[in-house]
Design a binder for this molecule. Structure first.
Ligand code: ADP
Ligand code: MG
Length: 612
């Protein structure tokens, strides 16, 4: 039998290697932007067509390349950034593997123009499926322009695997944000199909975050700063009251690079403990600086996960720092006009605050053990946690059984004494418990209804009807409501626009970072609009990309859950009667759309058995 092992032809080997680096248009965007940053650019333009499937182009005013370097840059493992393995552990640049350009050129049609300051002429190179087609001198300005066309043109199977334009564009936008947020000093723009999406002027971190996330973000940010030997932390956390269910406003950067880190995420979340509403996620934009040799970054080309040497200590530092920042914010909000305080730029705002107590790190700190406040960990932080120790819902559990309130209410209704005195045939008796349950007497026992779930079911069936027959009724607003949202959320709403209008929303505009509404569904109160929009968007984000923008049912669910009366809301007797009637007129009064129990019945027998 003849030998069977063959060497793969070069172009196939290159394509396979490329698969590691280039998974989608967004990967190309990331690599090109990082190269421009490494080349010292102060201006970077990103130009994209068809969500990057036809064109990804990055134009920078960085150092540029000589014609020889330009040719070399497409060789695998060609890099100007390291020359020995030791350099690997002391990196301050983004790239170093020298793989990106070679990989991109293996799976796309690439052309590059580049010129250094000192050269009169630049050089232009065209390369396609790893084959150099031509290279010649060209008149161009200092810097580099890389154009990547028809990604995966030579691997139809990979091209087919790309997601819809919305999904790919969202990935690109994410990469653009991640680079832009760590390089606020670089002027950056992003254009898609000739529409400018972002034009970011140079500024500080705060200005950059606000430019990306929308003007309203400014008032929501609390500055964070801490310097320790192991790690310096700078950045911002979102004020707890603005926390939303939406994921995605969580950014860690280590030494100028976006990372994901579940363990450190836990550190931040646990610092917020007790301050957030139901299932809301804290937002944060945190920049860590650690000595480069204490973190293992970039061993996999596209990985955003990293490993730190001393994660336990970092956890403790981060948690304490965030708690401290939250505590500081709380004191300020009592002592000063908080809006003023936090609308001024970070540097100025800091001057108004007395010296920041140093944080002590407990080396025995165990993050998984419930902590009691550490002595000396900053009086502000302590004050804050002692006044707000409980999760939000716990605010109400202490009130029970609050008979005084019941009596007050029934007094007003002139029905004192009747509550526990059932008389057959009378209007049913009803009262609210813990601002969570509606309790009603049945002839045969007791009915306990979860108010939030009941209302959700009622709204859900109503919305579903409107969506199906497309006849939602709208209340016109005298003054349109304007919301500032991250652009990708506006995009999501745009895709849902037709369906949303069937429920009664009327949009005046859905542009960039701004949503303007001039009509709302009948029962939606203006003050609840932000939370309803948040519920809609976060619900869409949580779905698999393939299922997005499709299901009327899930849209009805998310609007219903955003609009519904919540646990903690006090209800009048009339409102409760009305709700019970509406609930039992529903097709399915027993379960929420998500399959949760809406009420329980306690029969007379069950009650009797408790008294045995
Ligand atoms: P790496 O960034 O890991 O070094 P790349 O394949 O991304 O590898 O790039 C190879 C080399 O090409 C870089 O080391 C750099 O010298 C050069 N290069 C790439 N893009 C640019 C650019 N925009 N401006 C100047 N030089 C660049
Ligand atoms: Mg690179």
């Amino acid at each position: 039998m003849s030998d069977v092992i063959k060497l793969l032809p070069d172009h196939v080997a290159n394509q396979i290697a490329a698969g590691e680096v280039v998974q989608r248009p967004a990967s190309v965007v990331k690599e090109l932007l990082e190269n421009s940053i490494d080349a010292g650019a102060t201006q970077i333009q990103l130009v994209v067509r068809d969500a990057g499937k036809t064109l990804v182009q990055v134009i920078d005013n960085g150092n540029g390349m000589s014609s020889t370097d330009l040719r070399m840059s497409f060789e695998r493992h060609a890099t100007s950034k390291i020359s020995s393995a030791d350099d690997l552990f002391n990196l301050h640049t983004k790239g170093f593997r020298g793989e990106a350009l070679a990989s991109v050129a293996a799976v796309a049609q690439v052309s590059v123009k580049s010129k250094r300051e000192e050269d009169d002429l630049g050089s232009e190179l065209e390369i396609e499926g790893s084959k150099v087609l031509r290279q010649e001198p060209v008149v161009t300005s200092k810097g580099t322009m890389v154009s990547v066309r028809n990604l995966f043109y030579n691997i139809p199977a990979r091209r087919k695997f790309l997601k819809s334009d919305q999904v790919e564009l969202r990935n690109i936008t994410d990469e653009f944000h991640r680079v832009a947020m760590v390089h606020p000093d670089v002027s950056m723009s992003f254009t898609h199909n000739d529409t400018p999406l972002f034009t970011l002027q140079p500024g500080n971190h705060r200005q950059r975050i606000v430019a990306i996330m929308g003007a309203k973000t400014n008032e929501k940010l609390v500055p964070v700063e801490e310097e320790t030997e192991l790690m310096n932390i700078k950045g911002f956390i979102g004020k707890p009251e603005f926390a939303r269910k939406t994921r995605g406003l969580q950014y860690f950067f280590v030494n100028g690079r976006f990372i994901k880190h579940n363990y450190l995420h836990h550190a931040v979340s646990s610092a917020f403990e007790g301050l957030l509403k139901d299932k809301a996620n804290p937002s944060y934009f945190l920049y860590f600086e650690v000595p480069p040799d204490t973190v293992d970054i970039n061993i996999h080309p596209t990985k955003t996960e990293v490993k730190f040497d001393d994660e336990h200590s970092l956890y403790a530092i981060l948690r304490a720092t965030v708690k401290h920042a939250l505590g500081q914010f709380s004191v300020n909000s009592i002592d000063f006009n908080q809006e003023q305080q936090y609308d001024v730029p970070y540097d100025l705002a800091k001057r108004g605050i007395a010296a920041v107590p140093k944080i002590e790190v407990d080396p025995d700190f165990n993050p998984f053990q419930e902590t009691s406040p550490k002595p000396g960990s900053g009086s502000r932080a302590k004050n804050f946690s002692s006044t707000n120790p409980q999760p939000w819902e716990a605010l109400y559990t202490d009130l029970e059984p609050d008979t005084s309130r019941l009596t007050d209410e029934t007094d007003r209704d002139g029905r004192t004494g009747e509550l526990f005195d059932q008389q057959e045939g009378e209007q049913r008796h009803i009262f609210q418990l813990q601002r969570k349950f509606i309790i009603s007497a049945l002839q045969s026992g007791l009915l306990v209804i979860n108010q939030q779930r009941a209302h959700e079911r009622i709204l859900y069936e109503k919305l579903l009807r409107q969506l199906t027959v497309q006849n939602g009724v709208s209340q016109q607003l005298l003054f349109p409501i304007k919301l500032n949202l991250p652009q990708e959320e506006v995009e999501i709403l745009k895709h849902l626009q037709a369906d949303l209008e069937h429920t009664g929303f009327l949009f005046k505009s859905l542009e960039h970072n701004v949503v303007e509404m001039e009509g709302l569904p009948l029962e939606l109160k203006e003050k609840d609009v932000p939370q309803v929009i948040d519920a809609i968007v976060s619900n869409e984000q949580q779905q698999l990309p393939e299922q997005r923008y499709s299901s009327v049912d899930s849209l009805a669910q998310s609007i219903a859950s955003g609009m519904s009366i919540k646990t903690g809301e006090q209800l009048s007797g009339e409102a409760m009667h009305h709700m019970v009637d509406e609930l039992f007129a529903c097709k399915e009064p027993t379960l929420t759309a998500a399959g949760k129990k809406i009420f329980i019945k306690l029969s007379g027998d069950q009650l009797n058995s408790k008294f045995d």
